[in-house]
Ligand binder design. Sequence first.
Ligand code: NAD
Ligand code: ISE
Length: 335
Amino acid sequence: DALGVLVIGTGRMGADHVRRIEEVTSGARVVAVVDVDPARAEQVAAGIDGCRTYTDPVAAMASPDVDAVLVASPGVAHEAALLAAFSHDLPVLCEKPLTPDAASALRVLEAERRLGRRRVQVGFMRRYDAEYLKLKSLLDTGRLGRPLMLHNVHRNMASPPWWTSAMHINDSVVHEIDVTRWLLGQEITAVTVLCPRPSVNAPEGLQDPQFVVMETDGGAIVDVEINVNCGFGYQVRAEVVCERGTARIGDGRGMVVNSAGQWGGTIAQDFIERFEDAYDREVQAWVDATRRGEVTGPGVWDGYAVAAVCEAGVRARTEGRRVEVELVERPALYR
Ligand code: NAD
Ligand code: ISE
């Protein structure tokens, strides 16, 4: 039988995941959606046979046709949704971030530990991107030797009006933090943030761009240019420098066109376009694992460790110094 999915939050990501589950993913269907804005939920549910709408996630989870939950509400609402899902013993795909800070992530971790088994896949979709997967496979062969440095570029077209300087790390670099830990198989131990003079494209008062430098427990150095008002498109690039070679992804050279005395291609405009395949693979992997009674992919430990690095990063910028990351001991459930 198809997995009955409840989608919580029907904004940009939630609506796209609903479309994905209905039109792309096999083995699942959307049985209900929740949004604090009922009009939003109605709009997304319209046209999906039998899809119910709710404004309260807890009431929705009590329904017997709900087999699993996809959380796509804002990060501040994730903890309550996750704890409610645990109390109904429902498997969850939770959009990043797991929660907005390390203390709340730790509360989720403790709650999952009390359940005694993993229930959550966190929406770090870059782990499902075809290019990142190739890079990971290459690094895992050991052919290039040990990784010494990882250079990242993360550019967004323009920041929305509610964007703050802390969101550069909490909302955007959160992905590089996860992908660094995954690619290198190392934890991040310290963060420093350097800021050039703000771009004229950035709204008044916003520290944009930022340059984040991270150290790992394997002796690697990682840098990230995070630039959320670049004005020309959406770009995510990564280059690993190893002892015997380098590997780079994200150049986005899909199709090169020669015309009128010029050559060139196009640049993706947002993450929905750039990471479409990654989101598709991520959701399919979650549905397949859930139907087998398993939980795979990035989990609560990853969500917690990433939250702790984000916190250190925001402090590093506001306090203008290198900040070390402190993690609790990794519980057996996540080893
Ligand atoms: P959004 O603002 O477009 O949508 C959020 C929706 O949740 C809104 O419709 C809002 O009314 C609803 N909502 C708010 N509080 C709620 C609650 N307590 N219960 C139920 N619904 C609630 O936001 P978005 O851009 O879709 O982001 C949603 C999540 O996805 C966030 O966690 C965000 O970080 C994440 N996200 C991930 C990626 C990615 O690349 N993986 C990209 C963008 C956003
Ligand atoms: C957004 O929330 C995401 O998660 C995107 O993947 C990221 O590129 C963007 O900067 C964030 O705002």
